[in-house]
Design a protein around this ligand. Structure first.
Ligand code: NIG
Length: 416
């Protein structure tokens, strides 16, 4: 016997006849509920349970009904590492790398990030905004409802502020469709500061970071620790200054060389240490001890033609929380292909399909310190994806195609 209408919460949208993956049961369990329904009140999940109970549990009067037809329903994906504001292309560099030049060789001979920085700084705001919005929409169409977006191709105080303002505008323009999480990224020391690296770092700490904090342009501050980018001591200075202004640290760590980035991330209580292809055992232990999320980015490893895959199993076995993201950028991962990232996570990082899906949802949300996202439970933000298949295994198996049929953001259908 249904509860009287007055006792049943009124809902605005309901997904019925679904295989729901709640992604809130830990790293290896997608939390499957068969024959399930999800009810949404405005922008939050109100109820999850057996489809046959939904009419007794909530008041469906006036609610939009989506029939999942027995398909998989998951939280919206959280892409927790992207560099999607940039101009120009690096196709020539790609061709060079295919013939045997390494990413580091190209970077150290004046290519790489420096090329994108020149093109980005020469591009009008409107071009950067429109191109970034198009990339974000391509992600949204594949089920991504939250995107972390880094600056990093400006390399001067004013240029980085400009990029962060464009990211802020992106967040406003896409509000209600995709949540944009902005990160200030220090990506490289520009050539004009090569003789005075300490001076450049001081400029960042004393001018850029305070300006970013004052304008509330970023939630996080990230530093690329690598040969040809920043040294460990420089990164520590920058991230200490960022932390003092309320920005949460994250780190590009141990990507091409093992440089102690994971250890630094742990020391600073960073939200994440991303890449980690070259992380050593001490780094893994430090991440586990500090609860820092390991950001897995297999599209980069593929794109760089490397066989040095991040030791994801070792990280998971040590108890390190993991996220999975595209790392969309022109130099090391020119791809918005979410499906390929999921499949590579399984094929090359040896995650199970369930672990890959949890890493791309709850794991990403944890990396962004947003427990309201990336999982389905009463009270969580109603970001949902209805997929054209019935399992996480199928998502990873049928590789590099878009299985997302309907995307719901904050309780409203934003793509179908
Ligand atoms: O995350 N590693 C540093 N940053 C990007 C690459 C940027 C570029 O080459 O333009 C990454 O892989």
């Amino acid at each position: 016997m249904p509860a009287p209408t007055s006792l049943r919460p009124n809902v605005t949208l309901v997904v019925r006849n679904a295989v729901v993956a709640t992604c809130d049961r830990g790293p290896s369990d997608v939390g499957l509920l068969y024959g399930a329904a999800v009810a949404v009140a405005d922008r939050h999940v109100a109820w999850i349970g057996r489809d046959r109970d939904v009419e007794d549990a909530v008041d469906l009067d006036g609610a939009r009904v989506l029939d999942a037809r027995g398909g998989l329903v998951t939280p919206g994906l959280v892409d927790s590492h992207t560099h999607l504001v940039f101009a120009g292309e690096r196709a020539g560099e790609f061709a060079l790398r295919v013939t045997g030049r390494s990413y580091l060789e190209v970077a150290l001979s004046g290519g790489g990030i420096a090329v994108t920085t020149r093109a980005t700084n020469a591009a009008p705001d409107e071009t950067l905004f429109e191109d970034a919005a198009a990339r974000a929409r391509r992600l949204l169409q594949q089920g991504v409802t939250t995107i972390e977006v880094k600056s990093g191709y400006g390399l001067t105080v004013e240029a980085e502020l400009r990029l962060l303002r464009i990211i802020q505008r992106l967040g406003q323009a896409l509000f209600g469709q995709v949540t944009i999480v902005p990160t200030l990224l220090l990506h490289a020391v520009p050539p004009q500061w090569g003789g005075d690296r300490a001076g450049f770092v001081s400029r960042i700490c004393e001018e850029l970071v305070p300006a970013v904090a004052k304008e509330k342009l970023a939630a996080f501050c990230d530093v690329f620790i690598e040969e040809g980018a920043f040294r460990l001591d420089e990164a520590r200075r920058i991230l200490d200054a960022a932390r003092a202004r309320g920005l949460v640290p994250r780190v590009h760590a141990d990507q091409l060389t093992s440089g102690g980035g994971a250890q630094l991330a742990a020391d600073l209580g960073a939200a994440s240490a991303d890449h980690l292809e070259e992380v050593d055992d001490a780094g893994v232990a430090a991440l586990a001890g500090a609860g820092v999320v390991a950001g897995l980015l297999p599209l980069s490893t593929l794109f760089l033609g490397s066989e040095r895959w991040a030791p994801a199993r070792r990280l998971l076995d040590a108890g390190v929380p993991v996220s999975l993201a595209t790392n969309l950028n022109p130099g090391s991962a020119m791809s918005e292909n979410v499906g390929l990232a999921l499949s590579l996570a399984c094929l090359k990082l040896r995650l199970s399909p369930a672990e890959a899906l949890v890493a791309f949802t709850a794991g990403g949300a944890r990396a962004l310190r947003r427990p309201d996202l990336g999982r389905l439970a009463p009270g969580a933000e109603a970001d949902l994806v209805l997929w054209g298949c019935g399992s996480a295994e199928h998502l990873a198996w049928h590789m590099a195609v878009n299985h997302a049929l309907t995307v719901v953001k904050r309780g409203r259908v934003v793509h179908e």
